[in-house]
Design a binder for this molecule. Structure first.
Ligand SMILES: [Cu+2]
Length: 211
């Protein structure tokens, strides 16, 4: 009896593992700025009621060479993020944002514990010691969210084949409302334009500052 049940469970599990998921596909998205240049550091979030929540593990926003790395992080709500300090100098990381208010007082190396981000929204990071240091954490509602690379691209290996709401966000975007709705059947490649202000990423002053 037990052996038969075990076999049934085994067969069911194997079917789940080996059967390709129906009604899903890959999707590449290219983001350009208003000058038709590839836009890096843009968040692309696909709001899908059927997307499964996945545990992506603990992410890192490091401090390296007196700068936050990466400049923009996207993570679903409920995620943990660690803030390792890889510099020799101490940093004091904080956020006053309503989506997450916290601070990690002066430290080097690895902080005692990661920080939980459980409210969707934009979290602006700063450092009490180095005023120019700036980075952003986009806490999303959906697990389907990525940040564009240097070429302005993201690639989702698996999205549902259904009408999608796609939210775009960039720290320097000029428009408030940037949501797009893409009707099924979906293409495998999409592109959008996001108008942004012309700004440089924050960098440490050339010499003699806080090192
Ligand atoms: Cu600092």
């Amino acid at each position: 009896m037990c052996t038969r049940i075990c076999w049934l469970v085994f067969i069911l599990v194997m079917q789940c593992v080996t059967t390709p998921k129906a009604h899903s596909q890959s999707l590449s998205i290219q983001i350009y700025d208003q000058g038709n240049r590839p836009l890096a550091d843009a968040v692309v979030e696909i709001i899908s009621p059927t997307a499964a929540i996945v545990n992506s593990g603990i992410q890192h926003v490091a401090q390296e060479q007196l700068t936050f790395v990466p400049f923009v992080t996207a993570t679903p709500k409920g995620s943990l993020i660690d803030f390792p300090n890889r510099d020799k100098t101490r940093h004091h990381v904080y956020s006053f944002s309503s989506a997450k208010t916290f601070e990690i007082e002066l430290y080097t190396g690895k902080p005692e514990e990661p920080v939980l981000f459980d409210e969707p929204g934009i979290v602006v990071l700063g450092c009490n010691i180095h005023d120019y240091m700036l980075a952003y954490i986009y806490v999303g509602e959906s697990p389907l969210l990525l940040v564009t690379d240097e070429n302005g691209k993201v690639y989702f290996p698996e999205v549902p084949q259904e009408t999608l709401r796609i939210k775009l966000w960039h720290p320097w975007q000029l428009e408030q409302q940037t949501e797009q709705v893409v009707s099924a059947p979906l293409k495998t490649e999409l592109s959008f334009t996001l108008a942004v202000a012309a700004k440089e990423k924050p960098r440490p002053p050339k010499r003699g500052f806080g090192s």
